[in-house]
Design a protein around this ligand. Structure first.
Ligand code: ZN
Length: 247
């Protein structure tokens, strides 16, 4: 499988494009971008899955491991790695997850299952609508990047997200839930200008919105991305197929 160098110059890094730029403006963010999705082609469904190439950077390797794990999951050949007693003991003193994942609390989107990972592999932050709306969410991601040196941060949205659906509906919810849903509104407003399915567009816009907020409100993560210490990507999970695609 062909791999491409996805490292970026500072100029490229600062060069936002299309919808991402529009969303950045929508939330009043400066023009900073997450790392663009790698251009490697998703691994075709095959009986024999490729092994981890040796020439990948740590962020690339982490992303590769997640996508291969997802392929194992959807091809009904999961390995259920790192789930035995020995693994539990090995990581008791220290964790070194390969990725931090911000994803929805939805019970149908468990990261360890859909990426076929195990104990100590994923640092997961779950909140309805995978919203980077509150400081504790971003602080948790900062912990992974700064203290665990996690080489990959993934914002994972999903098909038929109830939180985004609620944000699409008229009226406002009360209490803390209302605040959370209100934080998703910019993605909904952005999607109103797009052709196609309104909910699907809003879900995908919301992934980018969370990425922009992470970069805007976390100079620490922004700096780590700029220096290539970690990469920040968006991904979309299909409830029906089980497949994860980078967005
Ligand atoms: Zn959801």
């Amino acid at each position: 499988m062909k791999q491409q160098n996805i490292s970026l110059s500072r100029r490229e890094f600062l060069n936002l494009s299309g919808a991402a730029a529009a969303l950045a403006c929508l939330i009043g963010c400066e023009a900073v971008a997450s790392t663009p999705p790698p251009t490697f082609t998703p691994v075709p469904e095959a009986a024999v899955l490729p092994t981890l190439p040796k020439d990948l950077t740590p962020p690339q390797a982490a992303l590769f491991q997640l996508m291969i794990g997802n392929l194992r999951y959807i091809s009904r050949t999961p390995k259920h790695p790192h789930q035995d007693e020995q693994r539990r003991r090995d990581i008791a003193a220290k964790q070194a997850p390969i990725a931090a994942i911000l994803c929805c609390s939805d019970s149908r989107v468990p990261p360890e299952i859909i990426f076929d990972q195990g104990l100590g592999d994923l640092f997961v932050v779950r909140v309805a609508g995978n919203a980077a709306a509150f400081s504790d969410v971003i602080a948790s991601l900062e912990y992974a990047v700064e203290h665990l040196h996690t080489p990959l941060v993934l914002v994972l949205g999903h098909q038929k997200c109830g939180a985004v659906t609620a944000a699409l509906e008229e009226g406002e919810l009360e209490g803390n839930l209302g605040k959370l849903i209100a934080a998703l509104k910019p993605a909904v407003e952005f999607s109103a200008q797009q052709p196609g399915d309104r909910l699907e567009n809003a879900i995908r816009a919301n992934i980018q919105l969370s990425i922009k907020k992470i970069l805007k409100y976390s100079p620490l993560i922004q700096n780590a991305v700029q220096h290539g210490e970690t990469e920040l990507h968006g991904a979309y999970y299909s409830l029906e197929s089980g497949k994860v695609e980078l967005t």
